[in-house]
Design a protein around this ligand. Sequence first.
Ligand code: FES
Length: 386
Amino acid sequence: MSDQQHTGPGARSHDAQSDGRHDVDSRDTANDTSNADIQLAGGHDSEGPPTDGSSHDELATRFADPGLPAHTYRRSDIDPLAARRREREVATLFGLSTLGTLLFIVAYFAVKPSDAAGPEMLGQVALSTKLLGLGLGLAMFCVGAGAIHWAKTLMPDDEIVAERKPMRSSEEDRRAAVAALKEGAAGAGLGRRKLIRNSLLGALAPMGLLAIIPLRDLGPLPGDVLEHTAWKAGRRLMTDPAGRPIKAADLPIGAVVHVLPEGIKKLPRPLDEEAKATAIVIRLAPSDLADQRPDRKGWDVAGIVAYSKVCTHVGCPVGLYEQQTHHLLCPCHQSTFDVTRNCAVIFGPAARPLPQLKLATDEAGYLVAAQDFEEPVGPSFWERGD
Ligand code: FES
């Protein structure tokens, strides 16, 4: 085996490769099947490969080392102008990545689906999702593409022969590895190519924000906002979704209407307000209210009662009314509330009655709230500690 057989222009170490090949062949000799293959490939006698210490030398003479192909230089290796162009391309990709990160951050704060309502809210959700995805995708794709382009066009691409060695390298090799690493770092040009280094830092530094900024949705703490709703004394009951006021005289016995407070869509975060204030109005015959709690006498208007529609189990809308039995049913886990007894729980996992809204009428005869709910609406969890 001659040096010319395996020394290409880019080969770093002929001896290293030669040694490595010996290691491979030596290991293969321990395997019978491999031995057969070697014999066939080498066209040698059937006595099998030698098993003593001379096997390395003998195998080396029986198999030609193909060596490394001639190294092909890239344009950027030999043309400084081409290298400069590649550098600018890499920097442009890193710059686009920075723009993607900024787009994500701006979209997160600027497009707020929770500030809209109805169909507009759905449009905002779609817009927010698209912009966040676009920003995140652009940031990730461009920083990855920039790194690949940098590695393929500007970093050294010399063919390097890897040696097979014991797991623990000798001290000499370890020192050589450190030296090679330093050489590689120097070859990457981090110190020399400041434009790439700075644009890469500019792309990577704000990327942590992609993971941190959405954590803002965990806060702030709700404070007492869960203890109050948009109902206030004198605020009219408006049909949901039509938004019409309700005249007490217009409701027949047995009628059921879903309602929201007047003007709720103009409040800040209207969707959150609707989720808390949604209520159901039912007209009973006054005789059906004989079993009302004494402290709730006078909370109805001529048999018209109103209750929170948010289930006290885990918050589903309680919207199924059974007119014959006067039962309100939550479809999620079948909690059942008796409307004739202030929506006391008569079945299911809910732990407390639906909060009742005290009603009155204004001078025009329209139903209005006499006050906010007396207790927090929704799951009983919110009443813990009271
Ligand atoms: S949420 Fe209503 S029963 Fe579970």
